[in-house]
Design a protein around this ligand. Structure first.
Ligand SMILES: C[S@@+](CC[C@H](N)C(=O)[O-])C[C@H]1O[C@@H](n2cnc3c(N)ncnc32)[C@H](O)[C@@H]1O
Ligand SMILES: [Zn+2]
Length: 290
């Protein structure tokens, strides 16, 4: 069976989650080839195994190289404590469900969701369905190439192609949010897990590239305030650590962040010579319950 058909077969098991992005009708997989709504709006499963449910194509600055670099960095173990903490918070927060549906909104190349699902699978006997959505096709292609048995979707997190009240968890890692949409998607006993960078996040890298520290200027309180306004209960879990860095990862570290967008080629060659041997991770994990 080809990858397209295998992915379509997997989507078919969970097709009740989808909602037509054009007319909002129910959708189903037909001929292990397309996701079609009751009004015949048709979206083909791609040969890489994802589905594009964006109404119009969108060009973003996030490119293939950035997502591949992000994947190498995630695979290097830089975010292991983050994955462990998120999985534990989710495992503590759910209970009694037959299956936990997790949406990663702004999932990029998908490996955070893959590691988190893997951790939860080890902690709980409950089934976990992982769904990733990102507006950048380049990220979703990398996700679908590396991780089978997830629903990888190109789409807008502000107007998702999913039915209301179908997720137990919405993850939102270093990505924009749309709380109105997240609340529409969440079941009654559910939670949003949002990860935002704190002041020291990647500070060594920023010092090299921006030749300044964001210490004076950076403040995430407006993000926290907006989050608080949207959820009845809020918990805040800080997470900071220093990760020893292998030299071979420096190019990927530089290229995985939007900081790289402003770098000229000649400066990039200079930055690549840096002898950085560690990097700081500094996050706030926000948990919200509707
Ligand atoms: C900094 S990246 C983080 C990606 C991933 N969560 C990670 O941590 O590796 C921000 C992501 O948000 C996505 N994004 C931005 N606006 C979006 C939207 N309206 N809908 C879906 N994804 C969006 C971008 O395409 C990008 O993949
Ligand atoms: Zn439709």
């Amino acid at each position: 069976m080809k990858k397209r058909e295998k992915s379509a077969q997997y989507m078919q098991q969970y097709q009740e989650i989808f909602q037509c992005p054009i007319c909002m009708a129910d959708m189903k997989i037909v001929d292990l080839k397309s996701l079609i709504c009751t009004n015949n709006h048709t979206f083909d499963v791609t040969k890489q195994g994802y589905i594009n449910l964006l109404n119009s194509s969108s060009k973003t600055k996030y490119n293939k190289k950035l997502f591949e670099s992000r994947k190498s960095i995630v695979d290097s173990g830089l975010f292991v404590p983050l994955h462990e903490r998120i999985s534990q918070l989710i495992a503590n927060g759910v209970g009694g469900e037959e299956r936990i549906n997790i949406l990663d909104a702004g999932c990029g190349e998908g490996s955070h969701l893959a590691y988190i699902k893997d951790n939860i699978d080890k902690k709980l006997s409950t089934d976990v369905l992982g769904v990733g959505i990102d507006i950048a096709k380049e990220g979703i292609v990398v996700a679908a190439r590396n991780h089978m048995d997830f629903l990888w979707t190109v789409g807008d997190l502000a107007k998702t192609p999913f039915q209301e009240k179908c997720f137990d968890i919405v993850l939102n890692i270093l990505s924009p949010a749309n709380y109105g949409e997240f609340k529409r998607l969440l079941k009654d006993n559910s939670m949003v897990v949002k990860i935002i960078p704190q002041r020291e996040y990647l500070k060594e890298l920023r010092e090299i590239i921006l030749e300044e520290s964001r210490e004076e200027s950076y403040n995430n309180e407006s993000i926290v305030k907006k989050f608080k306004e949207n959820f009845r209960i809020m918990e805040r879990h800080p997470l900071s650590y220093i990760f020893p860095l292998d030299k071979s990862l420096i190019p990927e570290l530089i290229l995985m962040t939007p900081l790289s967008w402003s770098i000229k080629e000649e400066s990039l060659q200079e930055y690549l010579k840096t002898d950085l041997d560690h990097i700081t991770i500094d996050f706030d994990i926000l948990i919200g319950k509707p």
